[in-house]
Write a protein that binds this ligand. Sequence first.
Ligand SMILES: *[C@@H]1O[C@H](CO)[C@@H](O)[C@H](O)[C@H]1NC(C)=O
Length: 332
Amino acid sequence: MRLLAFLSLLALVLQETGTASLPRKERKRREEQMPREGDSFEVLPPGNDVLKPDNYGEVVDLSNYEELTDYGDQLPEVKVTSLAPATSISPAKSTTAPGTPSSNPTMTRPTTAGLLLSSQPNHGLPTCLVCVCLGSSVYCDDIDLEDIPPLPRRTAYLYARFNRISRIRAEDFKGLTKLKRIDLSSNLISSIDNDAFRLLHALQDLILPENQLEALPVLPSGIEILDVRLNRLQSSGIQPAAFRAMEKLQFLYLSDNLLDSIPGPLPLSLRSVHLQNNLIETMQRDVFCDPEEHKHTRRQLEDIRLDGNPINLSLFPSAYFCLPRLPIGRFT
Ligand SMILES: *[C@@H]1O[C@H](CO)[C@@H](O)[C@H](O)[C@H]1NC(C)=O
């Protein structure tokens, strides 16, 4: 009987907030299907997934309940990062004291809803109504965003592709220390505050192709994939030794920009560096290999693209001795 009461309340709250709620398995499945590089991905319209009676068992599942309580102590901080005052506060939310773990599952769901009710500047709507929030992933593709919306504290994966975001401010990702992936492909980003990403120590993938960047901000050292293809990057916009401390960097994609030199030094972790279609005319002899260390090899760095540059790669015969493979480009 208590279960039934909980379920009806839950259904009510869901209806009221319009928040899409998915059973745990479904969420897991969708998270696993997270789009990879260049994949197109279908936006899930919010509020489409209505609880069906046969899902109820899973919603009450205890591990799921635990996951939902996570939100409690994060509520105040989300309010701080909010760019505009919240438009509405659900009555259910005010009955739940943030940070108080409740023994009654009915109290946890409204807290979650409350968290999601930080407002979104463009539409005056909460982020997770405009975007789709699934577990620690936030999907905001193709919804005419002009700014990064306030994000739940637990966000680990952000997809905000195909929008009209033009700048990233220092406070946009402040405190989002769980962020692992930021994908802002195909926006209008022309400036990023130098501190916007600096303290995101969990960040692994920074995906920024098809924007209008002329310079890179300070990057956190844990990045594994940096994708800044199809921008307006100039060599003067990359700090000297910008990548040296990035000891986990494996994929550096800088093709189709305005670079006139190969940025270096490149960390030993690097497996792939794409610099095709830039303005590179020459290279330092030691950009890939250390001339003093003739026994040294760089087995990982298998994929160097320099095609589509004015450089004649034949002119630097001593630059490749440590590589497992010659760079791709013009040798004649
Ligand atoms: C590229 O360099 C090689 C080796 O010096 C030279 O034989 C060749 O003519 C150069 N190609 C161009 C287009 O200058």
